[in-house]
Write a protein that binds this ligand. Sequence first.
Ligand SMILES: Nc1ncnc2c1ncn2[C@@H]1O[C@H](COP(=O)(O)OP(=O)(O)OP(=O)(O)O)[C@@H](O)[C@H]1O
Ligand SMILES: [Mg+2]
Length: 251
Amino acid sequence: MLRRDSSAHTTGSAGCISLHDVHKRYRGEPDEALCGVDLEVAPGELVALVGPSGSGKSTLLHLLAALDRPDHGTIVIDGFDVARRIGAGRYRRGTVGLVFQLHNLLPNLSAAANLEVVMFGTHRRRQERRARARELLDAVGLAGKYKDVPTRLSGGERQRVAVARAFANEPQVLLADEPTGSLDDASTATVVALLRDHVAAGGTLLAVTHDSRLLAAADRVVTLTAGRITGDIRKNDAVTLRVAAGAGGLE
Ligand SMILES: Nc1ncnc2c1ncn2[C@@H]1O[C@H](COP(=O)(O)OP(=O)(O)OP(=O)(O)O)[C@@H](O)[C@H]1O
Ligand SMILES: [Mg+2]
């Protein structure tokens, strides 16, 4: 219910994320934030992105969301060449949902209006936008907080508004930057369940996280170190590794 049926996509690449040799250097910075990232993420997997502070995780998500562009390399999502940014607005509204690390809620708008505003320009009429905003806030445990502006919400409540907002336009691809960092165990369980539902329904998900509660739910963990992918482990591989290590295979 939170996202569109993936059968609505006509190509076989629905929701696939594909990065090749992606470089990004911020103006005035001596070092590249990303230096040659190759990554493929397929729908149906909960992929966690980990790495030290400053390793380029948020930069990578911003490029994927077409909020910024790489200096070099290709980024193709759902068949859309993100780096070219032609039609980026439609892409952002129609394909991708982003949970920002710092939430980025509009301070003068209520929780519900923060969701409704991202549905402007879509097929949904006003009443429908309103109903969907409330449905999504209910889903993250914020019934009764519809009318509160962000300054009247706790950090965890703001984070849940940001998570709900990312689902507003039923994205095929969900990009989440520390989506559970401010949440207690109960709210984390709610958000993790929503993320798992998203991938179970054929959605694509890349979540930056250091939260062991979300890592436990991940199918795959990708590590970024100083702008480079330095690790990529699937849960099954990890089990195999542990078994091998336990049997002395890696000692
Ligand atoms: N707008 C910007 N202008 C200049 N440098 C930036 C900008 N945004 C990020 N950087 C730099 O790029 C590098 C990567 O930053 P990024 O925010 O992607 O790291 P991160 O892995 O998300 O870190 P954290 O875990 O602390 O959120 C850092 O060295 C950072 O200082
Ligand atoms: Mg970050």
